[in-house]
Structures are given as C-alpha cells and as structure tokens.
Design a protein around this ligand. Structure first.
Ligand code: 2P0
Length: 303
C-alpha cells in the first residue's frame, strides 16, 4: 500500500502550557489554535521485514529512544498481537524545533495506524487517541480548534482569513522537550498560577474577538499570551528560555511592521522560531517588508 496519511501542524494563539492531569491528558487552561496546512507530516506503515519495529523520519532511521517513545504510544491503541511494523514519516516541518512537528507527526501516525490496522475509528476517537500522544495534536484535526480543561476538543468558526509565516531562527532540535519544560514550569515557576489565570481570561477574550472579527484584538491577545507563556520559563527554578537573540530581533521586526501600518503579530512556542500572524490579504506586503530586514529563512505557511 503506497498511500500516506497526512497530519497538519497547528500553532496556538492561546497556548497549552501544563497538564492538570496526565492520564487522561488534560490541559490546565483552555487553548486555541490555527492549523497550518503547508506544514505537515506524511506517514505510512508497512510490515517490517526485519522482525522488529522500525521508525524512519525523512529516510533517517530513528534511534532507540525515539522508537521506544513512538511504539509505546502505538501499542496503546493497536491490537495486542500485532505484527512488527515499519513507520515511514516525512516532515515538511523541521523536527522538534518548536514548529509543532509533534502535532503533525502524531496526527499522521494515528491516521496511518487507523488505516493499516483497519481500526475504523471515528474522527472523535482519533482526536482522543492523538491527545495521549501529543496533547496539542488533538487541535490539528480542525482548521481552528480549542481544547478545553475538561478534555473536549471543539472546532471554532472564524470568518477571517488568518495566515502565518515563520521567521526561522534555528531549525535545530530543541534542547528541552515541551513535555519536560511545561512540567518544570507547573512544578517550579513562581508565575505559573498567574499564567493559568491570564490564559483563561485570554481564551474568553479571543473567542469574543473571533466572533466580532476583531483582528487587532486577536493579534494583541496572541502576542501577550505567548509572552506570558514564555515568562513562566524565566521564573522556573532553574530558569530557562526557548528564545534566542534573533527571536527578539524577529519580534522587533514584527512590531516595526505595525508602525508602518501593516498589521502583524508574533507568537513563539517551545523553540526560538517566531511565527507571524496576519490577514492573508496582507501576506505579499508583509513578506516583502520582512525580506528587507530578515536574512534567515522564512516559511510561508499558507499559499
Ligand atoms: C501549544 N506547545 O499550545 C504549546 C505551546 C508548545 C508551546 O503544545 O506533552 O507536544 O505531548 O502534550 O503537545 C507542545 O507540546 O506536549 C505544545 P505533550 P505537546 O501548542
């Protein structure tokens, strides 16, 4: 069988940052995301010829740790006496660079298993399964989605044509996983309680702004929510940061666009790369302006 299953990346406008429960995975605060259809993972599963489970990303065989992680997850929802498999994935998203490769990868893997093992699960069930692999991946099943504290996932309607590009600061694998980082923040960050309170308010406010098609408010909330999330890492013990010098340069560039009348806002995840949120109709102008001052790679996430 030669058909690949596709899973998409999503970027949170209101972040998921901390688990209230691990089994099932429940977020501490409601969060909301935009799916980036040009950033995806495609995955297919074949029978393993070696008699062992195997896992490849972009033709590179993954080591024992990565294999163990993925197989532990696969074993949770596939037949107990299944045959050994070869998981073949291709990422258009740089892997583990805070570009949501875990959400696209997990979605693609769950869909590929559903197909290969003929599990015949509903989308709702697949969403639930995906969440146990990577919390944020449950949001990738919808163009805009929210994931609430009770574990439910909802499609959110949005009339605005929202788009994103990524100013790539560093494509390398992050030094600390999101999972470990958020756990450290929950347990040690002195600003964690404030974060949860703020994020709950931000979530309500963004729903209101989305209903009113108020892009300015959506953008401002996106920025301030990202900064609040990153501030929890500064107050963790020991403190740490995902951001690098060029992340701050990218943020300044986005701010300077606004002073030129081009509405754009930034957000960052568990890595140094800066995502820019704007209305699709302004993409060309924004791209041209950024090109003048940003010398590193830019990924346009919408056509
Ligand atoms: C998000 N992130 O809302 C937040 C913002 C990163 C920063 O969800 O532990 O791979 O597997 O549930 O989903 C990335 O974390 O974490 C993430 P687990 P996940 O997009």
């Amino acid at each position: 069988m030669d058909s690949y299953s596709i899973g998409y990346a999503n970027i949170a406008l209101i972040k998921y940052w901390g688990k209230k429960s691990k089994d099932p995975v429940l977020p501490y605060n409601p969060n909301l995301s935009l799916r980036l259809d040009k950033l995806y993972t495609k995955t297919k599963i074949e029978k393993s010829e070696s008699g062992q489970d195997e896992f490849y990303i972009n033709d590179e065989r993954q080591g024992a740790d990565e294999l163990k992680k993925i197989i532990t997850f696969v074993n949770k929802f596939t037949p107990e006496n299944r045959e050994k498999i070869k998981i073949i994935s291709y990422n258009t998203v740089p892997t583990a660079a805070g570009l949501s490769s875990s959400s696209s990868g997990t979605m693609a893997l769950v869909l590929a298993c559903n197909e290969y093992f003929r599990l015949e699960k509903s989308t709702e069930d697949l969403v639930k399964i995906a969440k146990e692999g990577s919390g944020s991946s449950c949001r990738s099943f919808y163009k805009m989605a929210s994931w609430l504290e009770d574990g439910s996932v909802h499609e959110i309607k949005c009339d605005l044509d929202l788009a994103m590009m990524v100013l790539v600061v560093n494509e390398g694998r992050k030094k600390i996983s999101s999972r470990k980082a958020m756990e450290d923040c929950v347990q040690t960050s002195s600003s964690y309680a404030d974060w949860v309170k703020q994020a709950r308010q931000d979530y309500k406010a963004i729903l209101d702004a989305l209903a009113k098609n108020d892009f300015t408010k959506i953008g401002k909330l996106t920025e301030s929510n990202a900064l609040a999330m990153h501030s929890t890492t500064k107050y963790a013990n020991p403190p740490f940061s995902f951001l690098e010098e060029d992340s701050y340069l990218a943020m300044d560039i986005v701010k300077s666009l606004r002073s030129k009348g081009l509405e754009a806002y930034f957000t960052m995840d568990a890595g140094p790369n800066v995502k820019v949120l704007y209305l699709k109709e302004n993409q060309k102008k924004i791209y041209e302006e950024i090109l003048k001052v940003w010398k590193k790679k830019i990924i346009l996430c919408t056509e």
